[in-house]
Design a protein around this ligand. Structure first.
Ligand code: CTP
Length: 418
């Protein structure tokens, strides 16, 4: 992990927002990953934080002004970026592998969108040919103003990646959207651009959470799945470069930024959503807990309590994995999950065969630290070609990574195109 960004030059633009106090964390993490970080500040940014802070953390001089009276000129910068003489004649903009603006004020966003270059940072940004990440931070009313909203749309259309601001208490005292995104999320976004993931170019569809089968207009049959496992797989697949579609039943979780999110209710709806994606997907991860039975009839009106017992006849729902097994094409990978309370491995192997899976992840919710609603999981991962590995008490994020790694191996993707 240490030198993941060795040889990468990152230009980090800092503009005049109180959120600039969070930027040193970004510089320090990028530098510790081996990146050569060149901080470019606007004059206003220097009112919030001293250039010396960034110089100390990055080991490079900080650029503020265009003009020669400043102690650093472009030539020194080129040297700082390249570390050797060969690139001396190449502009900083060309030497950069990535530019980040964090925090980005309404002003710099407006200048970028409008093509205005009136200081070093805005001039640099206009000359950039590398990917650019912009992390806005401002008052909610400014963020939601037509001008800023349109400028952000313009930048997105030009391929600039916007790291959406979060919600919370703003410097103005107001509560709302506009807080600079979490600095670690900004570093993750930089990593995603600079280090191609092992799922780059793959479309991964993940299902998550429970499905619900209505009994009458106010009741349903459900189950306690929280969706945590599926959301973790979706998030990790995104970080590893995949294009992700997350199909989920009702959960309390925020879909990961960057995933296409499809909300479903019943097992039938989940099946339809999966089948709609099937022609284009490379991997399906069925982490959802779809209801296996639905009421034979849904009452038109609320069922009143009268008799002491109430019989509801249930009929089987569609088995999504079996339907996928009969329709999938060669090369499409399918990962299933199994919940078993005994004979986990033989039962899971049977399911793997019956549903033509490439990988199955089995867990026993009766074991402490596994199953519904917990943050950790203990699971055995079984592959079509004989792989069988039990993963100890790990977080669902870690298990998600293990599952993806095994799936990539099982499908033979790592061998040819990484
Ligand atoms: N699954 C599915 N369609 C359903 C129910 C489940 O595709 N209608 C998927 C789940 O997402 C999971 C796998 O099937 O990936 C295994 O689910 P599980 O409930 O363990 O097994 P079942 O196949 O339903 O069999 P049983 O309940 O008899 O163990």
């Amino acid at each position: 992990m240490e030198n993941l960004l060795a040889g990468k030059a990152v230009v980090l633009g800092v503009t005049g927002s109180i959120a600039a106090f969070k930027t040193p964390h970004i510089v320090s993490r990028l530098a510790s990953l081996g990146a050569n970080v060149i901080v470019v500040m606007t004059e206003n940014a220097t009112r919030f934080i001293a250039p010396l802070t960034f110089e100390t953390l990055s080991g490079n001089e900080v650029v503020v002004s265009m003009w020669p009276e400043t102690k650093v000129g472009v030539a020194e910068l080129e040297e700082a970026v390249s570390g050797d003489d060969r690139l001396k004649h190449v502009a900083l903009a060309e030497a950069a592998d990535l530019a980040i603006v964090a925090p980005a004020t309404a002003n710099i966003i407006g200048k970028m969108a409008g093509g205005i270059a009136d200081d070093f940072l805005s001039t640099e940004l206009m000359a950039m040919t590398c990917p650019v990440l912009v992390a806005p931070a401002m008052n909610v009313n400014m963020l939601e103003s037509d001008a800023v909203a349109e400028n952000l749309t313009t930048l997105k259309e030009r391929g600039v990646r916007i790291i959406e601001p979060g919600e919370g208490r703003l410097a103005s005292g107001a509560v709302g959207r506009g807080r600079l995104a979490d600095p670690d999320a900004i570093v993750d976004a930089a990593l995603a651009v600079l280090v191609p993931g092992d799922l780059a170019g793959k479309r991964v569809v993940v299902t998550a959470g429970p499905t619900e089968e209505p009994i009458d207009p106010v009741r349903h049959i459900g189950n306690p799945s929280t969706g945590k496992m599926g959301f973790a797989v979706a998030e990790r697949a995104l970080s590893r470069g995949a294009e992700v579609v997350l199909i989920s039943g009702r959960t309390a979780l925020e879909p990961p930024v960057g995933a296409r999110f499809v909300r479903v209710g019943t097992t039938r709806e989940m099946l339809d959503a999966v089948l709609a994606e099937l022609p284009e997907l490379h991997m399906l991860v069925m982490a959802a807990a779809p209801a296996d039975y639905r009421p034979a009839e849904v009452a038109e009106h609320k069922i009143k309590k009268r008799a002491d017992t109430l019989n509801i006849q249930l009929v089987r729902t569609e088995d999504i994995l079996s339907e996928v097994a009969s329709k999938k094409q060669l090369g499409q990978g399918v990962v299933g999950f199994a919940v078993e309370t005994r004979d986990e491995v033989p039962n899971a192997r049977k399911k793997l065969e019956e549903k033509s899976l490439d990988l199955i992840v089995v867990n026993n919710p009766m074991v402490e630290g596994a199953g519904f609603g917990t943050d950790t999981n203990i699971a055995t991962v079984i592959g079509r070609t004989g792989l069988e590995e039990t993963v100890g008490r790990v977080s669902k994020d870690e298990l998600a990574d293990v599952i993806l790694t095994f799936a990539i191996r099982e499908l033979g993707w790592g061998k040819t195109d990484g």
